[in-house]
Design a protein around this ligand. Structure first.
Ligand code: URA
Length: 209
Protein backbone atom coordinates (compact mmCIF):
# COMPACT_ATOMS: atom_id res chain seq x y z
CA UNK A 1 0.00 0.00 0.00
CA UNK A 2 1.33 3.48 -0.82
CA UNK A 3 2.16 5.88 2.00
CA UNK A 4 -0.84 8.16 1.37
CA UNK A 5 -4.16 7.07 -0.17
CA UNK A 6 -6.85 9.69 -0.74
CA UNK A 7 -10.24 8.06 -1.21
CA UNK A 8 -11.74 10.06 -4.06
CA UNK A 9 -14.91 7.98 -4.39
CA UNK A 10 -17.87 10.30 -5.11
CA UNK A 11 -19.88 9.03 -2.13
CA UNK A 12 -17.00 9.76 0.23
CA UNK A 13 -16.45 13.23 -1.20
CA UNK A 14 -20.17 14.06 -1.10
CA UNK A 15 -20.56 12.95 2.52
CA UNK A 16 -17.40 14.80 3.54
CA UNK A 17 -18.68 18.06 2.07
CA UNK A 18 -21.85 17.82 4.18
CA UNK A 19 -19.74 17.05 7.26
CA UNK A 20 -17.57 20.11 6.65
CA UNK A 21 -20.62 22.41 6.49
CA UNK A 22 -20.99 24.26 9.79
CA UNK A 23 -24.79 24.02 9.49
CA UNK A 24 -24.77 20.21 9.66
CA UNK A 25 -26.29 19.02 12.94
CA UNK A 26 -24.55 16.82 15.51
CA UNK A 27 -26.81 13.89 14.62
CA UNK A 28 -26.21 14.42 10.92
CA UNK A 29 -22.45 14.65 11.42
CA UNK A 30 -22.34 11.47 13.49
CA UNK A 31 -24.43 9.52 10.99
CA UNK A 32 -22.29 10.64 8.07
CA UNK A 33 -19.10 9.77 9.94
CA UNK A 34 -20.41 6.26 10.48
CA UNK A 35 -21.29 5.91 6.81
CA UNK A 36 -18.01 7.34 5.55
CA UNK A 37 -16.01 5.13 7.91
CA UNK A 38 -17.48 2.04 6.20
CA UNK A 39 -16.23 3.31 2.86
CA UNK A 40 -12.80 4.20 4.26
CA UNK A 41 -12.55 0.78 5.94
CA UNK A 42 -13.13 -0.81 2.56
CA UNK A 43 -10.04 1.01 1.25
CA UNK A 44 -7.77 0.40 4.24
CA UNK A 45 -8.43 -3.36 4.06
CA UNK A 46 -8.04 -3.57 0.28
CA UNK A 47 -4.82 -5.64 0.41
CA UNK A 48 -5.82 -8.21 3.04
CA UNK A 49 -4.64 -11.60 1.80
CA UNK A 50 -7.14 -14.12 0.44
CA UNK A 51 -7.00 -17.88 0.26
CA UNK A 52 -9.15 -20.34 -1.67
CA UNK A 53 -11.67 -22.67 -0.04
CA UNK A 54 -14.02 -25.33 -1.42
CA UNK A 55 -17.74 -24.67 -1.12
CA UNK A 56 -20.89 -25.94 -2.71
CA UNK A 57 -23.33 -23.47 -4.21
CA UNK A 58 -26.89 -24.70 -4.82
CA UNK A 59 -25.67 -25.57 -8.34
CA UNK A 60 -22.15 -26.91 -8.08
CA UNK A 61 -18.89 -27.20 -6.20
CA UNK A 62 -16.42 -24.36 -6.54
CA UNK A 63 -13.17 -22.95 -5.19
CA UNK A 64 -13.92 -19.49 -3.79
CA UNK A 65 -11.83 -16.79 -2.06
CA UNK A 66 -12.07 -16.09 1.67
CA UNK A 67 -9.91 -13.93 3.94
CA UNK A 68 -6.75 -15.79 4.86
CA UNK A 69 -7.54 -15.28 8.50
CA UNK A 70 -5.11 -12.49 9.29
CA UNK A 71 -6.53 -11.10 12.50
CA UNK A 72 -7.33 -7.42 12.89
CA UNK A 73 -7.11 -4.90 15.69
CA UNK A 74 -8.85 -1.53 15.60
CA UNK A 75 -7.30 1.11 17.83
CA UNK A 76 -9.41 4.17 18.55
CA UNK A 77 -7.61 7.33 19.59
CA UNK A 78 -9.94 8.88 22.17
CA UNK A 79 -12.28 10.50 21.86
CA UNK A 80 -12.86 11.30 18.20
CA UNK A 81 -11.57 7.91 17.04
CA UNK A 82 -14.75 6.38 18.43
CA UNK A 83 -16.69 8.09 15.66
CA UNK A 84 -14.84 6.02 13.07
CA UNK A 85 -14.89 2.87 15.18
CA UNK A 86 -18.62 2.09 14.91
CA UNK A 87 -18.66 1.98 11.12
CA UNK A 88 -15.41 0.05 10.79
CA UNK A 89 -16.61 -2.52 13.35
CA UNK A 90 -19.79 -2.98 11.37
CA UNK A 91 -17.70 -4.05 8.39
CA UNK A 92 -15.22 -6.11 10.43
CA UNK A 93 -17.22 -7.34 13.44
CA UNK A 94 -14.63 -9.90 14.52
CA UNK A 95 -11.83 -7.33 14.95
CA UNK A 96 -10.42 -6.79 18.41
CA UNK A 97 -10.63 -3.22 19.72
CA UNK A 98 -8.22 -1.10 21.70
CA UNK A 99 -8.25 2.47 22.98
CA UNK A 100 -5.50 5.01 23.49
CA UNK A 101 -6.07 8.31 25.32
CA UNK A 102 -3.63 11.15 24.89
CA UNK A 103 -3.75 14.78 26.03
CA UNK A 104 -1.55 17.67 25.07
CA UNK A 105 0.76 19.02 27.78
CA UNK A 106 0.20 22.76 27.44
CA UNK A 107 3.75 23.56 28.55
CA UNK A 108 5.64 21.21 26.23
CA UNK A 109 2.84 20.82 23.61
CA UNK A 110 3.75 17.14 23.54
CA UNK A 111 1.16 14.33 23.80
CA UNK A 112 0.96 12.56 27.15
CA UNK A 113 -0.75 9.20 27.53
CA UNK A 114 -3.54 8.98 30.13
CA UNK A 115 -5.08 5.66 29.03
CA UNK A 116 -4.28 2.62 26.98
CA UNK A 117 -5.98 -0.73 26.70
CA UNK A 118 -5.10 -2.67 23.58
CA UNK A 119 -5.17 -6.35 22.56
CA UNK A 120 -2.16 -8.27 23.87
CA UNK A 121 -1.25 -10.02 20.61
CA UNK A 122 -0.72 -7.06 18.30
CA UNK A 123 2.33 -8.76 16.78
CA UNK A 124 -0.09 -11.24 15.13
CA UNK A 125 -2.59 -8.65 13.89
CA UNK A 126 -3.11 -6.06 11.21
CA UNK A 127 -3.54 -2.97 13.36
CA UNK A 128 -5.70 -0.11 12.10
CA UNK A 129 -5.37 3.15 14.02
CA UNK A 130 -8.50 5.32 13.92
CA UNK A 131 -8.35 9.09 14.36
CA UNK A 132 -10.49 11.37 12.19
CA UNK A 133 -8.06 14.31 12.10
CA UNK A 134 -4.36 13.96 11.22
CA UNK A 135 -3.39 17.53 12.13
CA UNK A 136 0.10 18.17 13.60
CA UNK A 137 0.69 14.44 13.68
CA UNK A 138 2.10 14.62 17.23
CA UNK A 139 -0.54 12.41 18.83
CA UNK A 140 -0.70 10.07 15.84
CA UNK A 141 3.06 9.54 15.90
CA UNK A 142 2.94 8.94 19.67
CA UNK A 143 0.07 6.45 19.33
CA UNK A 144 1.84 4.49 16.59
CA UNK A 145 5.08 4.46 18.62
CA UNK A 146 3.17 3.08 21.60
CA UNK A 147 1.64 0.34 19.45
CA UNK A 148 5.04 -0.58 17.99
CA UNK A 149 6.43 -0.78 21.55
CA UNK A 150 3.64 -3.28 22.25
CA UNK A 151 4.64 -5.42 19.27
CA UNK A 152 2.47 -4.16 16.40
CA UNK A 153 4.31 -4.53 13.12
CA UNK A 154 1.64 -4.18 10.43
CA UNK A 155 0.00 -0.83 11.16
CA UNK A 156 -2.27 1.34 9.02
CA UNK A 157 -3.62 4.78 9.89
CA UNK A 158 -7.21 5.69 8.99
CA UNK A 159 -8.41 9.27 9.15
CA UNK A 160 -11.06 11.49 7.62
CA UNK A 161 -8.94 14.59 7.00
CA UNK A 162 -5.19 15.07 6.90
CA UNK A 163 -3.02 18.19 6.89
CA UNK A 164 0.26 18.21 4.93
CA UNK A 165 2.11 18.84 8.19
CA UNK A 166 0.68 15.70 9.81
CA UNK A 167 1.35 13.54 6.77
CA UNK A 168 4.97 14.75 6.66
CA UNK A 169 5.43 14.13 10.37
CA UNK A 170 4.06 10.59 10.07
CA UNK A 171 6.15 9.88 6.99
CA UNK A 172 9.28 10.99 8.84
CA UNK A 173 8.56 9.05 12.07
CA UNK A 174 6.74 6.01 10.68
CA UNK A 175 7.41 5.61 6.94
CA UNK A 176 6.14 2.02 7.15
CA UNK A 177 2.60 3.10 8.17
CA UNK A 178 0.26 3.78 5.23
CA UNK A 179 -2.31 6.55 5.70
CA UNK A 180 -5.81 6.36 4.23
CA UNK A 181 -7.85 9.58 4.25
CA UNK A 182 -10.83 11.16 2.53
CA UNK A 183 -8.98 14.43 1.85
CA UNK A 184 -5.66 16.19 2.17
CA UNK A 185 -6.46 19.76 3.20
CA UNK A 186 -4.37 22.91 2.72
CA UNK A 187 -2.70 23.64 6.02
CA UNK A 188 -2.92 24.01 9.80
CA UNK A 189 -3.85 27.30 11.41
CA UNK A 190 -1.98 28.80 14.37
CA UNK A 191 -4.11 26.76 16.80
CA UNK A 192 -3.36 23.49 15.06
CA UNK A 193 -6.76 23.18 13.33
CA UNK A 194 -6.95 21.81 9.83
CA UNK A 195 -7.97 24.44 7.24
CA UNK A 196 -10.48 24.41 5.61
CA UNK A 197 -11.22 21.34 7.77
CA UNK A 198 -14.45 20.75 9.63
CA UNK A 199 -13.66 22.17 13.08
CA UNK A 200 -13.14 20.04 16.16
CA UNK A 201 -14.23 16.53 15.16
CA UNK A 202 -15.00 15.49 18.75
CA UNK A 203 -17.13 18.59 19.35
CA UNK A 204 -18.96 18.15 16.04
CA UNK A 205 -19.60 14.49 16.84
CA UNK A 206 -20.70 14.82 20.45
CA UNK A 207 -22.21 18.32 20.43
CA UNK A 208 -19.72 19.75 22.92
CA UNK A 209 -17.96 23.10 22.63
N1 URA B 1 -8.46 17.98 15.69
C1 URA B 1 -9.70 18.34 15.27
O1 URA B 1 -10.71 17.85 15.77
N2 URA B 1 -9.81 19.25 14.29
C2 URA B 1 -8.74 19.82 13.70
O2 URA B 1 -8.92 20.64 12.78
C3 URA B 1 -7.45 19.44 14.15
C4 URA B 1 -7.35 18.51 15.15
Amino acid sequence: MQHLTIVTHPLVQHKLTIMRDRETSTAGFRGLLREISLLLAYEVTRDLPLTMTSIETPLTEMEAPVLQGKKLALISILRAGNGLLDGVLELIPSARVGFIGLYRDEATLQPVKYYDKVPGDLDERVTIVLDPMLATGNSSVAAVSLLKDKGAADIRFLCLLAAPEGVARMREAHPDVPIVTAALDKRLNEKGYIVPGLGDAGDRMFGTK
